[in-house]
Design a binder for this molecule. Structure first.
Ligand SMILES: Cc1ncc(COP(=O)(O)O)c(C=O)c1O
Length: 478
């Protein structure tokens, strides 16, 4: 059972939903909070209100979640990883190095880390109210369904689109600058389980399917609702050839079964293996292809009717609770090489296709006039693994109704104190910033400067929930 609690000073808690409890001022820490919850169950609820679930909670233990911490974590993430969104002094302070950074890393919360519906919804609600980019990394159909509902409910696909900088209390003209957010994807779900059943893939396709336009019906019935919706995308990570066959089989099944539904566009993100030995939970045994397997897997995709243009990028995961900045460096370098490997392989493929076309129409162009399409991956997913400690003290005052609410700028001003010896997310974010910037700027030599730059996303799980959740358990014997 999860008890839902919100820090009373939270800026978003003014209109809290009925299933969320506001802490009274007498609650000052975790222990107070747990006693408060127990006393509500034991003393304040009527017999009818006490469900077997609540009774069990007292005996078996329960979790408390400080939703205010989730809010601070989302804010802290973007302060650390999305300089584009908060560089409000950009034009005043040209000499500061960080001012030249203009990327965003959209976090796709790994739902498996805490799939409590309130946690999933609270993040969506926060993202929507603060206009911060957020998505979900889902491992199962239930998670996909839950994420999809929240994305629709809070119009998440639009968050971060046009961002009023320092949006809280500043009316300065500068603060109304609207950035071009082409690097923030509108698809906010990635289905990232390494081994999915064919039936689940089929179900996922159905979940993102849209109605086909029915032209006959259209002319007959002028009062009908619009049937055409824009085609949705299903983003799938890919760890090996067996998944390619399953995706192909699921697509075939879908097309046989549904002639009124439009199949979603399947976008493929190849997941590579990266070193994970500095992590509390290494994941390298569970997923990730080796670099030398990339070409073969790309080949298999093409043979299985996955379009070259739908192979959009690379993802990796450094293992959960990664304490090494170097591991992220190494993984980013491997990611860069993997992106180039795909681009080169698929550019060769386009070239071969074009040459065959030219042969067919017996066109012989001089070499200087030949122009071949280039493949350009546009997504880099830097995975999860980030520690629970953000380095900005985002979970200070958790479970405390009297905790002082900070605004975004206060959070950023906080510095890591001398006692903080563990690697924090701030350490990682600061260290990899130049690499992320160079990756987003990266262009092939022959590309025009307006071509799309790399979009960055991540799949943090532990980062969001480790500090926000505590387990309360009865001690029967000492
Ligand atoms: C594919 C995938 N993405 C993201 C995560 C979340 O990782 P973390 O909690 O370390 O951020 C996991 C965790 O197992 C995972 O398997």
């Amino acid at each position: 059972m999860v008890s839902r609690l919100s820090s009373s000073q939270s800026p978003l808690s003014s209109s809290i939903p009925p299933n969320v409890t506001r802490l009274p001022a007498s609650v000052t820490d975790l222990l107070c909070c747990v006693s408060h919850e127990i006393s509500i169950i034991e003393n304040e609820l009527t017999i009818e209100e006490i469900s077997p679930l609540l009774e069990d909670a007292i005996d078996d233990g329960f979790m408390v979640v400080d939703l205010g911490v989730l809010e601070k974590k989302l804010k802290a993430w973007h302060l650390l990883f999305s300089p584009l969104l908060h560089n409000h002094n950009k034009y005043d302070n040209k000499n500061e190095r960080s001012d030249s950074y203009d990327y965003t890393v959209t976090p796709y919360f790994a739902v498996k880390c805490n799939s409590d519906p309130i946690v999933v919804e609270w993040l969506a609600r926060t993202a929507s109210m603060m206009n911060l980019p957020l998505g979900y990394d889902c491992a199962s159909i239930a998670e996909l369904e839950m994420a999809k509902v929240q994305i629709q409910k809070y119009s998440l696909e639009k968050t971060g689109d046009s961002y009023k900088i320092n949006n809280q209390n500043n009316d300065d003209d500068d603060d109304n600058r609207i950035f071009n957010k082409r690097n923030i994807p509108t698809t906010r779900i990635v289905y990232a389980n390494p081994q999915r059943a064919e039936a689940d893939l089929m179900h996922a396709l159905e979940l993102f399917a849209t109605m086909k336009v029915n032209s006959e019906k259209e002319s007959d019935d002028s009062s009908r609702l619009p049937l055409q919706q824009s085609r949705e995308e299903l983003w799938l990570t890919l760890d090996g050839v067996s998944e390619v066959y399953k995706i192909a089989a699921a697509r075939k099944l879908f097309l046989e079964k549904h002639n009124t539904l439009q199949i979603p566009k399947v976008r493929i993100v190849l997941r590579i293996w990266v070193p994970d030995k500095h992590s509390r939970v290494p994941l390298g045994e569970k997923f990730g292809m080796r670099m030398e397997e990339i070409n073969n897997i790309v080949e298999t995709c093409l043979k299985s009717e996955i379009l070259a243009e739908d192979i959009i990028g690379i993802s990796f995961h450094c293992g959960s609770g990664c304490s090494s900045v170097e591991t992220y460096y190494e993984a980013l370098e491997m990611g860069r090489k993997a992106l180039l490997t795909i681009d080169n392989r698929l550019s060769q493929y386009y070239r071969k296709e074009e040459e065959e076309n030219q042969k067919k129409i017996q066109q012989k162009l001089p070499e200087s006039q030949k122009q071949y399409k280039r493949h350009r991956c546009w997504l880099l997913d830097i995975g999860g693994g980030f520690p629970g400690i953000d380095g900005l003290h985002g979970d200070d005052g958790r479970f405390s109704a009297i905790s002082k609410e900070e605004n975004a700028t206060d959070l950023l001003k906080k510095t890591v104190t001398a006692q903080d010896t563990q690697t924090t997310v701030a350490d990682i974010a600061i260290a990899v910033a130049p690499v992320l910037q160079s990756l987003t700027n990266h262009k092939h030599k022959d590309e025009d400067k307006d071509s799309l730059s790399l979009t960055l996303i991540a799949e943090p799980g532990r980062y969001f929930v480790e500090g926000a959740v505590a387990l309360a358990s009865r001690i029967y014997q000492k």
